[in-house]
Design a protein around this ligand. Structure first.
Ligand code: ARG
Length: 295
């Protein structure tokens, strides 16, 4: 048990960070385990509301994942994946959009409101927030040739118009954004939520980008659970990729961080969404809990 003075010390530790980030925008990519486990969900959204009430401006960009797969199954549609990308025909996109911008988005909004924040749900299609073009995806055939694969309505964000998010922030709301984008002819695209969060952070001149994942962070030695890299400089990243310490699904996440930093975001954080209150622990303590990637 911590004594009263220890508890007070922990609260006081937060003061410099409350000062530093007061009025600043923090974009949080919310996904993975923290979205499907109720206790974790409550903890994440409580952290977000707390941030808001100490004067920080959190913005959530959420993923979809298992709920989309579940709904597609219920209606008898199974997805094919190419390199981890869901092949999205028109009917699939309709369901993806309904689940992402409808169900998932509004559930998060309602839960924040219940905790005591004021959230508003937005789709990337609202006020042209995320504009996209069809993703051109190259695959390698078994014979080793490069070929274009048609993966349907999967988009690359071509433009971000953050005005509606900025307006919501200025009015005191916590914006909750679904990673759906609009094409030139008004069609919908499914876009990667990490990437959407990174692009939105740049467009909003955010100070921080926080990506919740299902790993502790970046490890110097994967067989050693105590080897978490707490602070990583951008110029150290290429070597870690070469050494295979950053690989697989972590590479695009780190690339999002690098893009955000190149676009002016001051710090990016890869956090373990499986740990309760990882956001508070990262933002309001000196040591943090995950990997902070900085210039
Ligand atoms: N709380 C500070 C911040 O959010 C420091 C975080 C340090 N984090 C880390 N993983 N070393 O900027």
């Amino acid at each position: 048990m911590s004594t009263a003075i220890e508890k007070a010390a922990i609260l006081v530790e937060a003061l410099p960070y409350i000062k530093k980030f007061y009025g600043k925008t923090v974009v949080i990519k919310y996904g993975g385990h923290a979205m499907i486990n109720n206790e974790l969900k409550e903890a994440v959204l409580t952290d977000v509301v707390l941030m808001k009430y100490v004067g920080i401006q959190p913005v959530i960009v959420h993923g979809g994942g298992p709920e989309i797969t579940g709904m597609l199954k219920r209606v008898g549609k199974e997805s094919r994946f190419v390199d981890g990308l869901r092949v999205t025909d028109e009917e699939t996109m309709e369901i993806v959009e309904m689940v992402l911008a409808g169900k998932i988005n509004k559930d998060i909004v309602a839960q924040i409101n219940r905790i005591g924040g004021r959230a508003v749900g937005l789709s990337g299609k609202d006020a042209n927030l995320f504009q996209a073009v069809k993703k051109l995806h190259k695959i390698r055939t078994p014979e080793g040739r490069e070929e274009m694969a048609d993966i349907g309505f999967v988009g690359d964000i071509s433009r971000v118009n953050p005005e509606i998010v900025a307006t919501a922030i200025a009015e005191g709301y916590i914006p909750v954004v679904a990673p759906v984008a609009v094409g030139a002819a008004g069609e919908s695209y499914n876009v990667n939520a990490d990437y959407a969060a990174g692009r939105l952070a740049v467009a909003l001149n955010a100070d921080k980008l926080i990506i919740l994942t299902d790993v502790e962070g970046i490890m110097a030695d994967r067989s050693d659970p105590h080897s978490l890299i707490s602070v990583l400089r951008v110029d150290e990243v290429p070597n870690l990729i070469k050494q295979g310490k950053i690989d697989g699904g972590m590479i695009p996440k780190v690339e999002c961080c690098l893009d955000a930093l190149a676009g002016g975001v001051k710090s990016t954080h890869i956090l373990d969404g499986r740990v309760q209150h990882s956001i508070l622990l990262e933002v309001f303590t000196d040591k943090g809990i995950g990997t902070m990637v900085e210039n």
